[in-house]
Design a binder for this molecule. Structure first.
Ligand code: FUL
Length: 496
């Protein structure tokens, strides 16, 4: 149930659109030479700092490429969001900042359990609400009394961020933090002093808990008569770049874009290449690499509410979200909120297990893998076979200057499938604007799917088809297409 005051809430979208100008200017530079190597799957792509995002020299943007950090994030595909804090105990979505810290008292808090659930479900990073809009801090910040240090939990000696950081390190998953810029508790909110307060909190989080994968700046604000803050975004970014040069800055930030809704659904046409944002990319003009993250909750609310234990999203719904986020060139950040005991609840765990099982079953067999492939155009040694070799470092490329080309795969014998996977080699940018997928009937090619952008991963679902020969045609591309993977799968049909 949404709290009353949310009715007047200014949405993140409105907020992003109405932001004023900031002051930070990006450093100039060109990192493209570092990228092909960074694209190697599983390699420590986060090894290079990224003091600036890559940008285009003009034109439609095919020459804009991700930083190694953005590439590693895109490869991760799945993140688990953890909304946990004072609201968990007050049964609210937005606290007012007047709550008593003594109300925070999880009896069995265990971030190892969160990490275990995340790992089993295939998530590669976790993002915790270190501070939500009510200002209550899950770590013992020196700069406020409104934190775990004044709660009965672990007799005021506890630190949820530290426990999660340790659990993530053990399980080799990455940790990100949500730090709400909007703070309804902090008295300095609405004055320049708040920017210093916020930077002090950021400094604590960025220096005490090891590597931070992603810093998540939400744009929500309750609207008048709430106090309003003039945020020093560029000051925040400079601090993050200095203290954690590998961290990605998301939402109200230059590295990761909010997809624009809280349903977990990306656009059918989803470009990671975007126009620079006047505030978040202050000082840059033209195109930048700014890929979309889809945040959505497994339940109706972001925080745990007992009344929603029976309202966990259905398996079919969660699968649909997967296809419409990861399968549309975005990363899925799925919120799974721990309960008032400090544990992820059983209904959520069960649903995630079912979800993982179906995804594993679906993608276990690729009928196209290793099968003979030919192409209407090939550049140098970037053979057609590289699209179906199951290897992330290679790709099929059409000849120089050829922006429309097709790839044909002979499955050897008829196979029955209902999902197609296509990936571009985005380490070298996003290029494809339109494609078609056909199967060969006795005499003719028959269309089974078509689309616009591909990007890191495009998944198309269609009614089951049985065929031996399959053709992927890149109809239009901003530059010669680079197809890293093409696959055909049979997904079980799930209706509830
Ligand atoms: C919104 C917030 O107001 C919600 O409480 C939640 O944190 C969501 C992810 O972002 O803007």
């Amino acid at each position: 149930m949404k709290a009353k005051q949310e009715v007047s809430k200014i949405t993140r979208r409105t907020f992003l659109q109405t932001l004023g100008a900031g002051v930070w200017v990006w450093a100039a530079g060109d990192i493209r030479s570092a990228l092909p190597a960074a694209a190697e799957e599983g390699k420590e792509t986060a090894a290079q700092p990224h003091p600036y995002p890559p940008r285009s020299r003009g034109g439609p943007g095919w020459d804009v490429m991700p930083t190694p950090q953005q590439l590693a994030w895109q490869e991760a595909e799945l993140g688990m969001f953890l909304h946990f804090g004072m609201n968990t105990f007050t049964d609210r979505e937005w606290g007012e900042g007047t709550e008593d810290p003594r109300w925070f008292n999880p009896t069995e808090l265990d971030p190892r359990q969160w990490v275990q659930v995340a790992k089993e479900a295939g998530f590669k990073y976790l993002i915790l609400t270190a501070k939500h809009h009510d200002g209550f801090c899950l770590w013992p910040s020196r700069y406020t009394e409104h934190s775990v240090k004044n709660s009965p939990w672990r007799e005021g000696k506890g630190d949820v961020v530290r426990e999660l950081a340790g659990a993530c390190q053990e399980a080799r998953l990455k940790m990100g933090l949500y730090l709400s810029p909007w703070d309804r508790h902090e008295p300095s909110y609405g004055t320049p002093a708040y920017n210093e307060f916020f930077k002090n909190q950021l400094t604590e989080l960025l220096t005490q808990y090891g590597d931070i994968f992603e810093v998540w700046f939400d744009g929500a604000y309750g609207g008048p008569p709430e106090k309003k803050q003039n945020y020093d975004w560029q000051g925040y970014y400079e601090l993050i770049r200095r203290l954690q040069p590998h961290a990605l800055i998301a939402i109200c930030g230059p590295d990761i874009r909010w997809v624009g809704n809280e349903k977990g659904i990306a656009r059918e046409t989803e470009w990671s290449v975007q126009n620079a944002h006047p505030v978040f990319h202050r000082g840059l003009r033209g195109k930048v690499w700014w890929p979309a993250e889809c945040d959505v909750s497994i339940r109706p609310g972001w925080f745990w509410h007992r009344s929603q234990d029976s309202k966990v999203k259905s398996l079919a719904h969660l699968l649909d979200i997967y296809y419409k986020s990861v399968g549309r060139n975005a990363v899925l950040l799925l919120n799974v909120p721990p309960n008032d005991r400090g544990l992820i609840s059983e209904p959520d765990i069960q649903r995630l297990r079912e979800w993982r099982k179906v995804l594993d079953e679906t993608f276990a067999v690729n009928f196209a893998q290793g099968k003979p492939a030919t192409a209407s155009s090939v550049r140098a040694d970037s053979q057609a076979a590289y699209a179906v070799d199951g290897e992330g470092r290679t790709y099929w490329a059409s000849d120089d200057g050829v922006t429309s080309a097709s790839l044909e795969v002979d499955l050897g014998e008829p196979a029955t499938f209902n999902v197609a996977l296509t990936q571009e080699y985005i380490a070298l940018g996003q290029r494809v604007e339109e494609y078609r997928l056909e199967v060969r009937d006795a005499q003719n090619w028959r269309l089974i799917a078509q689309g616009t952008t591909i990007g890191h991963k495009k998944l198309d679902r269609f009614p089951e088809v049985t065929a031996r020969r399959v053709r992927l045609t890149i109809v239009k591309s901003r530059a010669g297409p680079l197809i890293r993977a093409f696959g055909l799968y049979r997904a079980p049909v799930i209706t509830s």
